[in-house]
Design a protein around this ligand. Structure first.
Ligand SMILES: O=c1ccn([C@H]2C[C@H](O)[C@@H](COP(=O)(O)OP(=O)(O)OP(=O)(O)O)O2)c(=O)[nH]1
Length: 506
């Protein structure tokens, strides 16, 4: 949640945005992410999705032979082979009518674009696609064929993912042919192909940094860290993420970048000030990503299953998510929360489902069901509805609560299809679900929830959080200090949390 201290933000600051859920051009009370920047950030983050190491039978590997065309940056790390986080390939966000309907990434056999075509099929027609790398010709021809309306990509990499058989193959030749085909497809295809250049509104980067430092996930962590300075902890994490993302997503020197842009047929970005603007914009977005990711402290914190007083009658199917995946998904929700239309509190929610058999893209057996953030009803005009909470507005009829659609409600409303009874469905939400949302989540058949419980058991009058504790037919995973870290600091600690599996799957 991004809680705004209204005294902190300067009124009248230019916070205009190209569109809101209501599609009106407005002045909000605090800066928010534009749609394009949100999708771009989600695509970069999907590139970092924690993949499982390839299994023995997987002979083909998706590789990105970019170093064959342009010298790699000296600082680029070589990932240890076989580690779960080694692959940094392509992330993809699919948007239909202003809603994110797909989050994909490349995997052991399928590129992100191919995975999206298999998952959505003809429903991709008219969709907007945001890639973290330029898609290859193989993906491009399928996407043009299915009729997507826009393909946008992050211009930080000279080349594309191509399948290179582990048994050999002339990668250089493949890359050259692929680049040529991409160019021809691009000039002949109907979808608009572009790079996502949209500067952040003034003050947004600082706002995101400040609200990430004070978000519920940090607040949970910090009081229990005697002798540790919260700012210091946050800044250290932020810098470490920033260094990592800089190596992944940015190009070190302008000359090198120019060379890459020419390879990508993006010559128009090469002269200054275009190049300077592009690089500056890319750096700002990478900084934002680092701020958001740093808001979930590591390594002593994670999602741990809440042990109910009485055993659950029939525990829901086990999704088997790792801490890395859970953390990844809640960060997606945190990114979404920066599109909120609530002037004070941003909330984001993401629903993933676990299919019976895995598809060989990077998300394996997980697929996105829906996502959302708290906002006024679609189609409404800015300031059409009351915006203040009970602390600022005493007259209840002038309060926001009866008008704003909660993050969970938007995620559930715009799901790609209803929850399937035989699949574990997992909601990640950046705020403890309120009493209005608990019956909806239950009614939709969500089996697992990952959240923070900062507001649990509070009754604020117009909005209350009393039902969450008594909610039995769902597996709750609450952001907490890990039992092992608790045990290390206090041997007498009586943990009310259980870690259900020693390997950090739960
Ligand atoms: O499950 C929930 C609960 C709330 N919200 C949104 C709705 C509303 O936009 C905001 C309300 O947050 P809060 O309960 O913190 O109310 P407040 O009046 O804004 O804050 P406070 O009373 O704590 O100052 O959060 C959700 O999206 N999902």
């Amino acid at each position: 949640r991004n809680r705004v201290n209204r005294g902190q933000m300067k009124p009248g600051r230019d916070t205009s945005d190209s569109s809101t859920q209501t599609e009106s051009r407005t002045e909000a009370h605090f800066p928010r992410l534009s749609e394009v920047n949100l999708y771009t950030l989600l695509s970069l983050w999907m590139e970092m999705f924690p993949r499982k190491p390839p299994e023995d039978g997987d002979r083909d590997q998706v590789t990105r032979p970019s170093s064959l065309l342009v010298q790699p940056q000296p600082s680029a790390p070589s990932a240890p082979s076989g580690s779960a986080s080694q692959v940094h390939e392509t992330g993809l966000v699919v948007v239909r009518a202003g809603k994110v309907v797909g989050l994909h990434c490349s995997g052991p056999e399928l590129h992100a674009g191919q995975g999206a075509v298999l998952h959505h099929g003809g429903a991709l027609a008219g969709c907007q696609l945001y890639f973290s790398r330029r898609p290859c010709a193989t993906c491009l021809k399928m996407l043009i064929n299915v009729g997507v309306s826009l393909i946008s990509f992050w211009p930080g990499d000279p080349e594309v993912s191509i399948l290179v058989s582990a048994s050999g193959g002339d990668a250089v030749e493949e890359v050259k042919l692929d680049a040529m085909a991409t160019k021809i497809l691009k000039s002949n295809g109907r979808p608009h192909i572009c790079v996502p250049l949209q500067p952040l509104v003034p003050g947004l980067a600082q706002f995101i940094c400040e609200t990430s430092r004070a978000c519920d996930f940090m607040e949970t962590a910090l009081p229990k860290q005697p002798g540790r300075d919260p700012e210091e902890l946050y800044n250290r994490q932020r810098i470490s993420h920033l260094n990592r993302f800089t190596r992944h997503f940015l190009v070190e020197s302008p000359q090198q970048h120019q060379e890459m842009l020419r390879h990508m047929d993006l010559d128009s970005f090469c002269p200054d000030p275009c190049l300077w603007n592009l690089r500056n914009h890319m750096r700002e977005l990478v900084e934002v990503l680092a701020s958001v990711v740093a808001g979930l402290p590591q390594p002593d914190y994670g999602f741990y299953r809440e042990q109910c007083g009485s055993p659950e009658p029939s525990p829901p199917p086990h999704p088997g998510l790792s801490q890395d995946v859970a953390r990844h998904c809640i960060i997606q929700a945190r990114l979404l929360s920066y599109r909120t239309e609530d002037p004070k509190v941003g909330v984001g929610a993401v629903i993933w489902s676990k299919r019976q058999s895995a598809v060989c893209d990077g998300t394996g057996d997980l697929y996105l069901l829906g996502c959302g953030y708290n906002a006024y009803p679609t189609g409404s005009q800015y300031a059409e509805y009351p915006q203040l909470g009970s602390k600022q507005e005493r007259a209840r009829q002038r309060c926001k609560y009866r008008y704003i659609v909660h993050a969970e409600q938007n995620a559930l409303t715009f799901m790609n299809h209803p929850v399937k009874a035989d699949e574990a469905s997992v909601m990640f939400v950046t705020k403890c679900p309120c009493d209005e949302c608990v019956p909806l989540i239950r009614g939709a058949g969500i089996t697992h929830i990952y959240t923070t419980d900062q507001d649990r058991d509070k009754n604020k009058g117009d909005i209350s959080y009393l039902k969450f504790s008594g909610w039995k037919n769902i597996s709750k995973f609450i952001w907490q200090r890990s039992p092992s870290a608790c045990a290390a600091t206090s041997s007498s600690h009586q943990s009310k949390w259980e870690q259900t599996c020693a390997t950090l799957t739960f």
